[in-house]
Design a protein around this ligand. Structure first.
Ligand code: NAP
Length: 275
């Protein structure tokens, strides 16, 4: 079966439309002139509009000094009309580790600050969790894929996808294992697991033919090709959708990630109300 993202996201958006009357605003620090980031920004705007939320864009030139960007982020932290903050990377030559703790943890839409990651990993409490990792779990839950006791393989160990997904699956009593570039015989691990999540950014890394009958494969990967994007999962035969469950790319995890972004913005707002 194809595990499509749209019905999952639609249900999440409907719940927000019913339950959140606030008009919230997401502030995005955006690398000026970056084509890919430009199209992500338009996508974010469309999703925010679905629930009456707003977008404020802070354009950042490639030559912006780190100190100036930091000052602007701290200004957005103090601005009561901005409820969540995202910094689109790469930006002004800076990386994830350099910028993440500039964001106020209560406005940390992507759950990337060391405060929020530390809280999540230390306590397991799912307060502000990276959107894509949460989207992968929302998909599995929506399609009622049994997680309790399931062997799960996560390919990728980044702070924004692979690692939080590990914690999320552990929270649901799955038995996750992490694979990365040094892992030997990836195909054997794929074959053994009921759940496989691949978040590597490597086209064709996991072959559907290696997956066990009835396995659920969540394809997080995004690889740009001539006519669009493809994931990390290679579907080796058209009939595979009858043998395994898998998320399409596009139309799978990415769609749900947008809906989680909206939920996280509401969580940010609630955290700001409570202080
Ligand atoms: P990342 O920081 O580059 O991490 C990639 C991870 O995959 C690393 O842990 C790396 O292992 C592992 N990996 C890469 N090639 C591998 C290989 N050949 N064999 C085994 N492991 C391999 O990337 P990320 O930010 O986590 O993103 C992962 C993918 O998800 C990317 O394609 C990204 O575009 C996509 N993504 C999608 C969404 C969405 O909404 N759908 C959102 C965010 C990201 P090492 O640690 O050993 O290097």
């Amino acid at each position: 079966m194809l595990l499509k993202g749209k019905p999952v996201a639609d249900r999440m958006v409907e719940a927000l439309q019913k339950n959140c009357a606030e008009s919230l605003c997401l502030g995005v620090f955006h690398p000026e002139g970056d084509g890919a980031a430009e199209s992500y920004l338009k996508g974010k705007q469309r999703w925010l509009e679905k629930v009456g939320f707003k977008l404020e864009v802070f354009n950042v030139a490639p030559t912006t000094p780190a100190e100036e960007l930091r000052r602007r982020v701290e200004q957005a932290n103090r601005e009561p009309g901005i409820h969540g903050i995202m910094i689109e990377l790469p930006i002004a030559g800076l990386n994830f580790g350099q910028v993440r703790d500039w964001i106020d943890p209560a406005k940390d839409l992507e759950g990337i600050t060391t405060a929020n990651q530390g809280h999540f990993f230390a306590t397991g409490e799912e307060r502000l969790v990276p959107c894509t990792a949460l989207a992968a779990v929302r998909l599995l839950e929506f399609y009622e894929i049994p997680l309790k006791g399931a062997d799960a393989l996560i390919v990728g160990r980044s702070n924004i996808v692979g690692l939080p997904l590990y914690r999320l699956l552990l929270n649901r009593n799955a038995s996750p294992m992490t694979a990365h570039r040094q892992t030997r015989d990836l195909a054997a691990h794929v074959a053994r697991c009921r759940i496989v999540a691949v978040a590597a950014g490597a086209r064709g890394l996991v072959k559907s033919s290696d997956a066990a009958d009835g396995a659920a494969v969540v394809d997080v990967g995004i690889n740009v090709v001539e006519n669009g994007i493809v994931g990390d999962l290679e579907i080796t035969a058209e009939s595979e959708a009858e043998r395994i469950d898998y998320t399409p790319v596009p139309g799978g995890v990415g769609v749900v990630t947008n809906a989680v972004m909206l939920e996280n913005l509401v969580t940010c707002w609630r955290l700001q109300q409570g202080r």
